[in-house]
Ligand binder design. Sequence first.
Ligand code: AMP
Ligand code: GLY
Length: 427
Amino acid sequence: MNVLIIGGGGREHALAWKIAQSPRVSRVFVAPGNAGTALDAENVAIAEDDFPALIAFARQNEVTLTVVGPEAPLAAGIVDAFEHEGLRIFGPNRKAAELEASKVFCKDLLRAADVPSAEYQTFSDPRRALQFVAEREGTPLVVKADGLAAGKGVIVCAGRDEAVDAVRLIAQQRAFGEAGDRLVIEERLDGQEASVLAITDGRTIVTLQPAQDHKPAGDGDTGPNTGGMGAYCPAPVVDDERLHWIEEHVLVPTVHAMRRAGRPFRGVLYAGLMMTNQGPKVLEYNVRFGDPECQPLLMRLKTDLVDVLEATVDGRLGEIEPLEWDPRPAVCVVMASEGYPGEYTKGHPIRGLEEAAKLPDVKVFHAGTRSQDGRVVTAGGRVLDVTALGESIARAKLQAYTAVKCIRWPGAWCRKDIADKAIGWVG
Ligand code: AMP
Ligand code: GLY
């Protein structure tokens, strides 16, 4: 069979690499892909939002399964468009994708389903939001734009003044456009974060191994937020008992609530969780694989991913065997462009990729790269996702950073402490 993957980042490279290993797959296409996906699959020069061109391509090339990486096409209804044409596609439809695309929808659903999450209120009038904030001196708050804002619409505030600024930025200066038509203001939670991803066909839930992302740019979780500077899997902060608890109190009631709401969920349900003193609480839902969590997850997954994705699309996930995992942990270190998450330049040739690829148990997934005159050059803020397996999490970290040291371009940088929280973990 032929498979089409939509997207062009590190997550999509990991998906292409894993799917290409399936003995049932003949050709893997990635639209639009990057310099790395061109090595493990075939790139197709179609943008992720050009649904008619993607549908025509799938038809012409006998694609029998399409897999969507990023949230934007899901929120814009790519699954509805493909299904309308009778094409099989993995991911939630537009109504189900609202779980990520609208924070107001998500919070209201969590409250109705009694899923633990931060206390909140929603606002569409900025004056009311400002009044609410003014009355809450000393309460740590988080201000969120309702809609998709490329991960930037969430502002964790140190005090009342910052919360006032956040409301003004989102609702009055319209920094994220109509994503800021409505606001969620919620209590700030404290604790360690973890990502628990599950694959569901709307009835059966197959939970993946827990992972942890590193959102802030600087070591020790300092500096501005990014798309994620590294990840590891498994995350010891979510032990088996806690994972079970999360399935029972978070994932199951959410999947049921979505079905009751007439929005049956099919695809990846990704719970961003905070481990608080009162137990795990949901920070947000995403409706797709996490980037970079997907990279260490798929390095460890031994089961043929295509079987799982197809069973989900066909509504027979209950029939598949339990997933098999490599017992070894995996660590992914993101190498970024100078200036990221702010302004950065592109087009720098990347050296040392072949040397890094020769190291055992290492895979360098590409995120923001492209080919130019036969060379791989930088083409984004997050450039490479250097991922390694190891006998222990410390060894996986060492191996990933050994590979990082092989690779260079002007201004390249990475966090130096990816997975340290897991290495120092004492339960
Ligand atoms: P979100 O897009 O909702 O996951 O938010 C992005 C990041 O903001 C999360 O990964 C957390 O680090 C942080 N965050 C979101 N909501 C809260 C909250 N209620 N308390 C503390 N931090 C939060
Ligand atoms: N790793 C965070 C995200 O994919 O949204």
